[in-house]
Design a protein around this ligand. Structure first.
Ligand SMILES: NC(=O)c1ccc[n+]([C@@H]2O[C@H](COP(=O)([O-])OP(=O)(O)OC[C@H]3O[C@@H](n4cnc5c(N)ncnc54)[C@H](OP(=O)(O)O)[C@@H]3O)[C@@H](O)[C@H]2O)c1
Length: 282
């Protein structure tokens, strides 16, 4: 199921899945028998993955669906990819709902939280994966650009945690924030990114204390797991050469750590580094 979210998304194409459509011909008597899709599934856990349609977020979405969760997929620009990931999750027998929301705006974050908590009446896991990533020299970072990066990478995760906390608490749920090695090291080529991810790592600890004991909050700091689409082969090779385990990881490395944290009831306030040894070696 793909849903647009909010007034700024009015032009977004809508597509409602067969499992949730209320339009169309009157159902026959046979159709009134519960099907696998219609049957109530009170035990099915629900996750929200921001930026869940593409790249690392897509791997997280599919891993959670494989693990038996229904998934709300937050997206912004990747409408076609969102439709594809929804179809893939539904093809595997789980429910999926794609919700378009601009996480650069507070209203977008709040509406995404509302859509996720009301979709199937529960929320068990929030994965704050959506992020901006671009280099700007320190002396050229404009105020607007700074605000944009902080809004998507830091403020939106905060608002999403705050707005979903009650629903998560009701299910003893948890939050996983995706940060970066730039949270642990001052990346001077990516000043706003680095500061936003460091703050998100600290928000992880603050929220973990604030929401305990009913909601756990952890983070993952990936190293090089998936090159930018416009990365040069030389840059990809140079990054690989800096990784002690011998090369790039993959989105699956991050997804598997999300599953681990989701299944680790005595962990909160932690940042797990998944980087092939890069941080330990520098
Ligand atoms: N790739 C790596 O090797 C690597 C390394 C370290 C850390 N990480 C972290 O892992 C996470 C995923 O990485 P990635 O490489 O897959 O990221 P990416 O390719 O840059 O994708 C960014 C995601 O964020 C979403 N997004 C960006 N701006 C948004 C906005 N204004 N509103 C809503 N969504 C927005 C995008 O959604 P749409 O496409 O729908 O617009 C997209 O799904 C990020 O938090 C990143 O910092 C990645």
């Amino acid at each position: 199921m793909v849903a647009a979210c909010g007034p700024e998304e009015k032009g977004d194409p809508r597509q409602v899945s067969h499992s949730s459509s209320t339009s169309g011909p009157e159902p026959s008597a046979a159709r009134l028998e519960p099907t696998r899709e219609d049957a109530p599934r009170p035990e099915t856990r629900v996750a929200l993955v921001t930026g869940g349609a593409v790249r690392v977020g897509r791997a997280i979405t599919l891993a959670l669906a494989d693990a038996g969760l229904d998934v709300v997929v937050g997206y912004h620009g990747s409408a076609a990819a969102a439709r594809e990931v929804v179809a893939e999750v539904e093809g595997g027998g789980r429910r999926a709902l794609a919700v378009r929301a601009d996480l650069a705006t507070s209203a977008g974050a709040r509406r995404l939280a509302a859509a996720a908590t009301t979709a199937w009446g529960r929320l068990d896991l929030l994965v704050n994966n959506a992020s901006t990533f671009f280099a700007t020299p320190f002396d050229q970072v404009g105020e607007e650009e700074w605000d944009q990066v902080m809004a998507v990478n830091l403020k939106a995760p905060f608002l999403l945690i705050q707005a979903t906390a009650a629903a998560l608490a009701a299910r003893r749920g948890n939050v996983v924030n995706i940060v970066d090695l730039s949270a642990l090291r001052p990346w001077s080529r990516y000043p706003h990114h680095s500061v936003s991810k460091a703050a998100l790592a600290h928000l992880t600890r603050v929220a973990a204390r604030s929401l305990a004991p009913r909601v756990r909050v952890n983070a993952i700091a990936p190293g090089s797991v998936l090159p930018e689409e416009d990365a040069s082969p030389e840059a990809v090779r140079a990054a690989a050469a800096r990784i002690p385990l011998g090369g790039w990881g993959s989105p699956a490395d991050v997804a598997r750590t999300v599953l681990f944290l989701d299944r680790s009831p005595f962990m909160t306030g932690e940042v797990i580094v998944v980087d092939g040894g890069t941080h330990a070696a520098t």
